[in-house]
Write a new protein. Structure first.
Lengths: 413, 129
């Protein structure tokens, strides 16, 4: 239970991109996201004066920027020194760990206002080095050493899922098709083109005409195999970006806005890092446990959700997520996607911002990036991708690595 | 000075043998060997594994880590050993460009594969039909 209420009074993020931030460092991206978060605070905020502590998710700054000790460094660049500041790390869910640290700090009554953030500056390295950096989230001895890559681990989960439920790679392609469409509506997304638009462009270059989006995904050499059966469009891109949120206690929140989001529920889960130590390859136990705890603290069920952000680092991960979060039953994701249940106009919109697939995945920034989307959807400021139904309750689901860490947060208006 | 579980595991692997741990409390078997059971925290005993099992999942890696640049594409599999443990290993004896020929459920046998990782040669877990 949360002893004290925790509120979100501001949120901001940079665009997620492989090009836009080429000449910026992680610390500068943090500043950019923070400035937007400051602007989003209805009654204004002065970070230097109001913020009491700072928690930052960044997965592998040592690799990308030859830098550790990110907490105080970020404090310096945000003008927050000498406030308490430290880095949190649980791979791709690193900023959810920062959010969790901020939530517990406020819920305990220790602080009234904290800043939580996430960042990853990935494009400073060649793709093969990024592959290596991401592989640090897996078991080095049992997985990386044998030749496992991050896409490879999810490919193993995909194969097990396909086999168990008798579904095909073709059916799974509804995930990137939906997420690219959503990304086309998001001015901050890494990819802002539908797969149809990409197919047309690639087709022109190759002198081929693709019948439809699936025809392109299936037959274009552009969609090459990364880790069989997963291909390029089954994988999220390598992006730079940062995201920030400002948390406040019930006492403090109204000083900043009359319409904060309230944190309703929170849950964390873990599982064995190595796939070979897991009990089940067709589900992420960490997600199931995190979700169960989050629903319990919020006192709600999946049916009460209006908008959901899930961790789709690879297409199969989105199917596992919607099942493990209880949006649909086990093995029911393929049918739900065929029926459009999770589209922006569907019954339960999932990844309205384009998801990791189209919005991008600057690893450490992803969790709070998702919170940014829920912030906009619940406040009605999501622009062209605003869901049609009333958005009262939103959920964020963030996974670390191949599923050894998971965080779930539920927010209400 | 007693030997660590992983040191023993890799020393055995270099010699072509696969070892694991069996939990004295719940009976679960894990590879590599380890001091405590990853399921219940109970104490374990080190056991030799026969190395026979079935493929539970597999993938073909086309974008490898830097140290395996020259080895790709290659097949990775999760194999359920007869003793119950699930193990990741390289699957050899198949053409990585014909993944449709690999079947989930096929019986395979353990083999220690010696592979160049940078300057040094290391033994890794592998399976073949
Ligand atoms: Zn045990």
């Amino acid at each position: 239970m949360l002893a004290e209420g925790v509120y979100i009074v501001g949120a901001g993020m940079t665009a997620f991109s492989a090009k836009l931030h080429a000449n910026k460092t992680g610390r500068e991206l943090l500043v950019e996201a923070s400035q937007e978060a400051v602007k989003s605070v209805d009654k204004g905020i002065m970070l230097h004066k109001d913020v009491e502590a700072l928690f930052i998710g960044y997965f592998t700054p040592e690799y990308y920027e030859h830098q550790s000790h990110i907490g105080p460094l970020a404090a310096t660049w945000l003008g927050l020194t000498p406030k308490p500041a430290f880095r949190t790390e649980i791979a791709c869910a690193s900023s959810s760990a920062a959010l969790f640290a901020g939530v517990t700090a406020v819920a305990s009554g220790l602080y009234d206002v904290v800043l939580v953030a996430g960042v990853e500056k990935m494009t400073s390295l060649e793709t093969e080095r990024v592959t290596e950096a991401l592989a640090l989230a897996s078991d080095d001895l049992s997985e990386s050493k044998v030749g496992a890559t991050f896409p490879g681990l999810y490919a193993l989960l995909a194969q097990a899922y396909f086999r168990r439920y008798g579904v095909t790679w073709e059916q799974l392609q509804r995930v990137p098709i939906k997420n690219h469409y959503n990304g086309s509506l998001n001015p901050k997304a890494h990819f802002q083109q539908t797969i149809g638009q990409i197919a047309e462009k690639v087709g022109k270059k190759l002198g081929v005409q693709y019948k439809d989006e699936l025809d392109f995904l299936k037959n274009s050499p552009f969609n090459r195999v990364v880790a069989y059966p997963l291909r390029l469009f089954d994988c999220c891109p390598i992006s730079d970006g940062a995201a920030v949120a400002i948390l406040a206690s019930g006492r403090a929140a109204r000083r900043f806005t009359d319409t904060p989001l309230r944190l309703l529920g929170v849950g964390l889960g873990t599982d064995n890092v190595a796939l070979q130590d897991r009990a089940d390859l067709t589900s992420l136990v960490a997600t199931r446990n995190a979700a169960e705890a989050a629903y319990r603290t919020a006192g709600i069920s999946p049916k009460d959700l209006d908008v959901v952000e899930v961790h789709d680092c690879f297409t199969i991960a989105e199917w596992l997520a919607v099942e493990d979060l209880g949006l649909v039953g086990r093995g029911e994701a393929p049918r739900a996607y065929e029926e459009g249940l999770t589209g922006i106009e569907g019954e339960i919109p999932v990844n309205t911002d384009g998801g990791l697939k189209a919005k991008g995945h600057p690893v450490g920034a992803t969790g709070i990036g998702m919170l940014n989307e829920v912030w906009h959807q619940l406040r009605g400021t999501a622009g062209r991708r605003q869901i049609k139904n009333k958005a009262e309750i939103g959920l964020v689901h963030n996974v670390g690595g191949s599923g050894a860490s998971a965080a779930v947060f539920i927010f209400g208006r | 000075m007693s030997e660590g579980h992983l040191s023993l595991f890799y020393r055995e692997l270099e010699a072509g043998r696969l070892t694991g741990s069996k939990c004295k409390a719940c009976g679960e078997v894990f590879v590599p060997s380890r001091p405590l059971c990853s399921r219940c925290g109970g104490e374990t005993e080190t056991i030799s594994l026969k190395g026979e099992g079935t493929v539970e999942s597999f993938t073909v890696i086309h974008v490898p880590p830097v140290f395996l640049k020259d080895a790709s594409p290659y097949i990775l599999a999760l194999v359920r050993l007869e003793e119950g443990a699930l193990v990741m290993g390289r699957l050899i004896g198949y053409d990585p460009n014909k993944p449709e020929e690999v079947e989930i459920g096929v019986k395979v046998k353990f083999e220690a594969l010696k592979e160049k990782h940078g300057e040094k040669e290391e033994a890794i877990v592998a399976f073949k039909p």
